[in-house]
Design a protein around this ligand. Structure first.
Ligand code: NI
Length: 183
């Protein structure tokens, strides 16, 4: 597998603070190709051999704006068994309900656009329900939980021009941690 030719923007790039625009259907050929490239990149970042070969950081999600295209599309890839992946392609998402329970990633969230260690936690809903469209423009509803719920909220933030580091108070990076469950 060849590494897809995508250029992931760094946090210093102002384009990451753009609010992405809704997508209209049908998707262009270029959009479809880019979605495939983002998924392949994430898979290769999760497979030990290719991660080492190409010196990648492991990533679970990518938003379209992270490769410089401000359209409301993101992908999440989860390795469910060795070399077996669940792919989520989410277009024009809307969160329609959230759990009361909040959680956070104990070791801190990561982002392929943030190439440094970041101290602190981000409150996330343990479960969310999202309405979105698939690549063919068909609407669907999906309920996600735990790490996938966190990944979805992280990516939806990207579509709104927000990075996870923007949500951490540097004066109190572990604020309210005692009120949430660590995962
Ligand atoms: Ni990110």
């Amino acid at each position: 597998m060849k590494l897809p030719d995508i250029n992931i923007l760094d946090e210093k790039d102002k384009r990451l603070h753009t609010i992405s625009k809704d997508v209209t259907f049908p998707l262009t050929k270029e959009d479809k190709e880019n979605i495939r490239k983002m998924i392949d990149y994430l898979k290769m970042s999760q497979i030990d051999e290719t991660r080492e070969k190409y010196n990648l950081r492991a990533g679970m999600g990518l938003s379209y704006v992270q490769i410089g295209i401000p359209k409301r599309i993101f992908v999440v890839v989860e390795e469910i068994e060795e070399n077996e992946f669940e792919e989520y392609i989410i277009i024009n998402p809307k969160i329609i309900s959230t759990s009361i329970e909040q959680v956070y990633v104990g070791e801190g969230e990561g982002c392929l656009s943030v190439n440094r260690e970041v101290e602190g936690i981000v409150p996330r809903f343990a479960r969310i329900t999202v309405e979105a469209f698939d690549m063919n423009g068909n609407p669907f509803t999906i309920r996600v939980r735990e790490d996938i719920s966190i990944a979805f909220q992280h990516e939806i933030d990207h579509l709104n021009g927000i990075l996870f580091v923007d949500k951490i108070d540097p004066k109190n990076p572990y604020k309210n941690a005692n009120k949430m469950r660590e995962i």
